[in-house]
Structures are given as C-alpha cells and as structure tokens.
Ligand binder design. Sequence first.
Ligand code: BJW
Length: 240
Amino acid sequence: MGAMDGIRNIVILTGAGISAESGLRTFRAEDGLWEDHRVEDVATPQAFRRDPQLVQRFYDARRAGVRAARPNPAHAALARLDRAWPPGERGELLIVTQNIDDLHERAGAARVLHMHGEALSAWCTACDARHGWTDTLLDSPPCPACSARSLRPDIVWFGEMPYGMDRIFAALARADMFVSIGTSGAVYPAAGFVQQAKSHGARTLELNLERSQGSAWFDESRLGPASELVPEWVAEMIGG
Ligand code: BJW
C-alpha cells in the first residue's frame, strides 16, 4: 500500500513562501516586509486609527505588487490537484491561504479560502459591503454601495478574527492529510492547524524552505523551494 493510499480529505495551508518565487516578499525573512515596516505600524487596527494614510500606502503598494505578480509552478500544481480531486470521487479539498494575493485563483484553483483577507478587496466599515478593488484607497474614495468614505483594506490584522474559522476547523476535523506550504508557523491560529489536524488523525506534511516553528508536529518535513517540492508532491498524489 502506498503512502498516499486511503487519503480522501485534504487540507492545504499556504503562506508567503509559496508566493516568494512569484516575486512577492515574505514577512519574516531578512529582506522581508517586516524589515521595512514595524508590524504594529501597519498591520493592526490601532495603526489604522493612528495613521490611516501610512497603512493605506502600505496596502496600495501591496495591491500593486500582487497585480504585477504571476503564479509560479507551486500555485499551478495545487490548481492541478484541485481539479483532479473532485468531491464525490476522490474527497474533499480545501486550500486555506494566509496570503492576500490571488495567485491560487489565477493559477486556476477554485477551493480557496483567504483566512487573512485579500489585497484586491475593500471593506466598507459603514455598511459592511465588500468590493473588488484594484486602485488606491489613499484618497478615501466613497463606498460604491453606501457612499460613505469608510473603506479599509479587507485584511485581517493582528487582534482581529481570521475569516472562515468554522469552515476551516470543520475541514481539519475531517482531514486525512494536512499539508503546510511556505509558512513560518509564527502566527496563530494558522500555526495551530497542524495540531488540530493531527489530533483528528490526519497525516501531516510540511513543504518549506526551512523548518517552521511547528516543525516537530509534522510527520514529515521536506525542505526546499515550493516551486520544486509542491509539483513533486502533487505528482505523487495524482500522477504526472
Ligand atoms: C519558502 C520559500 C520558497 C520562503 N519556498 N518556502 C496564541 C494563540 C492564538 C493567537 C495568538 C497567540 N499569541 C498571539 C496571538 C495573536 C496573533 C498572533 O499569532 N501573534 C503572533 C505574533 C504570536 N494572532 C492574531 O492576532 C490573529 N487573530 C487571532 O488570533 O484572533 C483570535 C483567535 C484565536 C483563536 C482562534 C481564532 C481566532 C490574526 C493574525 C493576522 C495576521 N495578519 C498578517 C498581516 C495581514 C496580511 C498581509 O498584510 O499580508 O498576515 S501578519 C503576516 O503573517 C501575514 C501572514 O499571513 C502571516 C503569516 O506569515 P507567513 O505566511 O508564515 O510568512 P513568513 O514570512 O513568516 O514565513 C514564510 C516562510 O516561507 C518561511 O518559513 C520561509 O522559510 C518560507 N519560504 N521562500 C518555500 N521559495
């Protein structure tokens, strides 16, 4: 019996490392985003209240970076797996991404949940509507739904509740396999997913450039660039 036999339900967690080879900077590397910015100056609700222009400029730049980036072979491989793993036949599959880029979707993946929000979305704190957004938010444009000038980046900052937690925990409880790709394991609740999945009996695999903080929780760690490791793993799952 092969190592992948008996696996039906898969949960995949992705982080900044999967988009690094698309030219998007990670957070905690020496040349990472937090080298130029203190987390508490740009990624907290307090920062947004204190200096909205600084935060809007930071996310305007991120939005432009996301639009200029292209999916890499790791995103493409996960999209292949998504297509080759139909719910009725093979099992459930969910790509939970901490990334705010849309590279999974642009590679063709459908079952993607953005737990930390999306760069190309704006959220109106007056009427709670969300709008696809590609331009600047710096000049306080009016909300297309209610006209209030209350749009903020649709991003989950520190201290805020990540999106989709009920759906994620339900998927982790049913998972036969949990795979973590390109994340340092520094930020909760995502960093705790491996333990959740493991406690429900899932096999756990990490694909990362270096060992993550939660590395000891994984049954297996494969170290290297996502653009190589992810296509290799997907080929093991579905062939080709
Ligand atoms: C490669 C590679 C290549 C490079 N190939 N690999 C204990 C329990 C629960 C919560 C807390 C807790 N202690 C503190 C908290 C609160 C806090 C937290 O976790 N703080 C920590 C600092 C300790 N968490 C929160 O506030 C969260 N909300 C919350 O907890 O609500 C309450 C709650 C509790 C319990 C259940 C449910 C809810 C919200 C967190 C919001 C995070 N937001 C950010 C910024 C916004 C998005 C954005 O601007 O883009 O999200 S922070 C930033 O870190 C971003 C990322 O999504 C996130 C994770 O980073 P990631 O992706 O791991 O990147 P890096 O750079 O750290 O790592 C990259 C990895 O890739 C490295 O390992 C490289 O080696 C590797 N790599 N190149 C493969 N080519």
